[in-house]
Design a protein around this ligand. Structure first.
Ligand SMILES: C[S@@+](CC[C@H](N)C(=O)[O-])C[C@H]1O[C@@H](n2cnc3c(N)ncnc32)[C@H](O)[C@@H]1O
Length: 214
């Protein structure tokens, strides 16, 4: 079987990435859960519950087929907006009926939302090889309210090898945001790659950070 995760990682540009996710969209959840052993609920959900109130207006960035929205909805979060570059993935997410709005947008490019629009952003499995770039954080900070959270997963090896480490540290040094918590590394695909770990990052947008940005 073609390893679909490696296949999407190797996309050369956003158009190819969107096409590959479009093709994969109907089998994505089944593949990841059955063939790759993806956790039935990612730890990012519990970290979101820990910091973000249930009535929060949340942007699920790179929503995919809407699993994150489904998990959050089951926990009582009802004010969820999802964005993704793949229309095929968004079509699957729509079937879950858990988002108030689903829109095609590209992380790394300007987002079609006003400043300070969301209480929190979640992004599960979106910052990795061939996916959303590190400068996506600039727009995510812009659309998140002061004191809001950006909660995302990152592979520890990708963090070290990519420009994400420098970007994350730079935003911290500039006091645009503050690292609040890093979850324990966990096996993301134990059936497929037992050495592939993911870690959840909880970042808070400080008041000071928003003033500096404006
Ligand atoms: C591994 S999937 C994760 C989907 C979902 N968050 C989940 O946990 O199942 C990555 C998703 O990010 C989307 N994506 C990748 N790069 C993106 C970008 N630059 N802008 C918006 N979406 C992007 C893909 O289309 C795909 O739906």
């Amino acid at each position: 079987m073609l390893n679909k995760v490696k296949w999407v990682y190797s996309s050369q540009n956003n158009q190819e990435l969107a096409q590959r996710y479009d093709q994969w969209s109907k089998k994505y959840e089944q593949d990841l859960t059955e063939n790759f052993g993806r956790p039935t609920r990612e730890p990012i959900v519990d970290l979101t519950i820990k910091y973000v109130p249930k009535n929060a207006h949340i942007l699920d960035a790179g929503a995919g087929t809407g699993l994150m929205g489904q998990w959050l909805n089951e926990e009582g979060y009802k004010n969820l907006v999802g964005i993704d570059l793949s229309l095929g993935m968004l079509a699957e997410a729509k079937k879950k009926n858990v988002y108030t709005d689903l829109r095609q947008m590209v992380l790394g490019e300007p987002l079609d939302f006003p400043n300070d629009n969301f209480d929190a952003v979640t992004a599960c499995g979106v910052f990795t090889y061939g996916h959303a770039p590190s400068n996506s954080f600039d727009e995510l900070i812009r659309v998140t309210k002061q004191g809001g959270y950006i909660i995302f997963t990152l592979r520890p090896d990708f963090y070290e090898k990519s420009d994400f480490k420098a970007k994350i540290m730079d935003l911290e040094t500039q006091k645009k945001w503050q690292l609040i918590e890093q979850g324990e590394p966990y096996k993301a695909e134990p059936k497929a790659q037992s050495d592939l770990y993911l870690q959840t990052w909880v970042i808070k947008i400080s008041n000071q950070g928003k003033k500096i940005l404006k």
